[in-house]
Design a protein around this ligand. Structure first.
Ligand SMILES: [Zn+2]
Length: 274
């Protein structure tokens, strides 16, 4: 991509209807560029309806991405849970691509008491299997494991970047709220620059032109993320963050997950362009 696009996690509050097409139209009317399909509870668009969504997004020139169901753990111990997790991710990816979506973000799983290295090996193996399945079905969507917000969750920045290095078709989803909440750090200009430098070091300069970012204000405890806040109600140093994006001249998509989704997306876009 050549520039940074801004969008909402799901249908904007201002949308006239509660359906995806109304959401896409509202994104355009608001002056935003992208929308994330929220498959977080389930994949709520049918394969039959997906081409209609793709057509509306094309008409409105809105880029779509997707958030896969929360109920995914690629480090699950029980076979049934693991298989169901992979199925959910595959389905979300396929339907998102049928909607014209360019990427699918997901939370990779939980450590469940395993060592970080052991969990890494399992998540890598299972994610590889998911990508192979997608490839076999002709699905080329970018699969994006997220940096996660709780210490019990697999997915610190290093783990995510390593998966991207070792598996094709996999790129990071940098969730700043999660990264801040996870260790109560990652909230200064220097740290924001370190994150982007780490992406560049692991995946090359091109990766900075294909960023996928999620952002919200966040309330957290010593275990990590509790709930989302608006940016202004939070301690997140978002102006410093935007400054780091400009300094590294990144491109890609920024998705607001704040309670006032479009308000914060517009505010960030304003700061970025201002
Ligand atoms: Zn997420």
């Amino acid at each position: 991509m050549t520039k940074l696009l801004f969008g909402t996690a799901g249908i904007p509050i201002a949308a006239k209807g509660t359906d995806t097409a109304s959401g896409i139209k509202a994104v355009k009317e608001l002056g935003l560029d992208a929308m994330e399909l929220e498959f977080v509870q389930s994949v709520n668009i049918s394969r039959e309806n997906a081409p209609k969504i793709k057509a509306v997004a094309g008409e409105e020139n809105v880029v779509l991405t997707c958030h896969a169901p929360y109920y995914i753990n690629l480090n699950a111990v029980e076979d049934a849970k693991l298989e169901a997790s992979k199925k959910r991710l595959v389905k979300a990816a396929q339907v998102a691509e049928m909607c014209g979506g360019v990427s699918v973000a997901f939370h990779p799983g939980y450590y469940l008491g395993k060592s970080k290295e052991k969990a890494y090996e399992t998540v890598k193996k299972e994610l590889k299997a998911v990508v192979a399945k997608l490839k076999n079905s002709g699905c080329k969507i970018t699969v994006r494991p997220e940096t996660t917000g709780k210490r019990s969750q697999f997915g610190d920045l290093h783990e995510i970047l390593r998966l991207c290095q070792e598996i094709e078709q996999v790129m990071p989803c940098i969730d700043y709220a999660h990264m801040h909440a996870r260790e109560s750090n990652n909230n200064s200009h220097g740290e924001f620059c370190d994150i982007l430098a780490a992406v560049e070091k692991a995946l090359g300069k091109e990766a900075l032109k294909e960023m996928h970012i999620q952002i919200a204000g966040v309330n957290y405890s010593d275990k990590g993320e509790l709930n989302h806040l608006t940016l202004k109600d939070s301690d997140l140093q978002y102006k410093e963050m935007v400054a780091s994006w400009k300094e590294f001249n990144i491109a890609g998509i920024v998705i607001s997950e704040s309670p006032n989704i479009e308000g914060d997306a517009l505010m960030l876009k304003g700061i970025y362009e201002g």
